[in-house]
Write a protein that binds this ligand. Sequence first.
Ligand code: FAD
Length: 288
Amino acid sequence: MKPAAFDYQVPRTLDEALALLAGADRPAVPLAGGQSLVPLLNQRRVRPATVVDLNRVAGLAGIRVTADSVRVGAMTRLSDVEADPALTAALPVLAHTAGLVAHRQIRHRSTLGGSLCHADPAGQLPACVVALGARLTLHSTQGARTLDAEDFFQGPHLTARRPGELLTAVAIPRRPGFRHRFEEVSRRGSAGRPLVGVCLAVAVEGPVVVRARLAASGIADRPVRLREAERALVGQPPGTSLSGVLDAASAAADPPGDLHGSAAYRTDMLRTALRRAVTRLVPERNAA
Ligand SMILES: Cc1cc2nc3c(=O)[nH]c(=O)nc-3n(C[C@H](O)[C@H](O)[C@H](O)COP(=O)(O)OP(=O)(O)OC[C@H]3O[C@@H](n4cnc5c(N)ncnc54)[C@H](O)[C@@H]3O)c2cc1C
């Protein structure tokens, strides 16, 4: 199919882009890497009056690592997130998770901002930024605001982004002492769209976990923080007492059942992904 006719605008600055999005009488949509938007346009599931191409807007791409945070511009390609040496050193789980999305060719076009704004409940990166406690900055002609990643995702392909707003940057706090792991289960192995994924971050002091953050994809209409499972992890030696953690996680799951897998199967796969995440975080001698 071909898309319905639309006006195509290529702004060079953020102000120009925001003015185009704000000034539209009929819906205007931002275009980032186009890996999700272009198919939707071609299928006429999205019929905007205007497409605002962000690819030439100065200053929207780039990675900055400081002592406190990792900041990634919304237009940063996933291939750059995956390969950036400073980011990989500071927050390897983000680089690893970006590298799980789709295929290399797609990651050369896809952006972090597009992947978050597309808000696929099974997407790896939304769950990753929720677990990592990212803060998302949005700009409009009215100014800027910042949201917790957890508040950004509101349903399948639904976010807290208001009409006329652009996601401009994602800032992830660095948490010294935390160890991370992202695990997914995909029917087609790597590069297949995952059924479920989990992102786990734990801090260990002495023999026990003292803090844990855990989020999952593919088990609800949006990425979900699994707080009961986090609580079940705290106070335990990492990698042990797994059944309580898995039970708490599956109790929080409300997965859809579809042709890719029933709700019961997805819940089972959540347990599999989480078991792998917990056991692969810890030294071999503790692995369950
Ligand atoms: C073959 C294939 C396999 C895939 N596999 C996976 C996978 O395994 N996991 C996964 O999560 N995804 C997968 N995807 C989806 C794809 O990688 C992401 O959806 C894609 O990364 C979206 O990013 P993009 O930059 O291409 O955004 P676009 O397609 O350009 O935009 C996506 C949406 O976000 C909006 N948008 C984009 N940027 C902004 C911004 N800065 N501010 C506000 N709104 C914005 C657009 O208007 C649009 O609604 C796959 C896609 C393909 C084609």
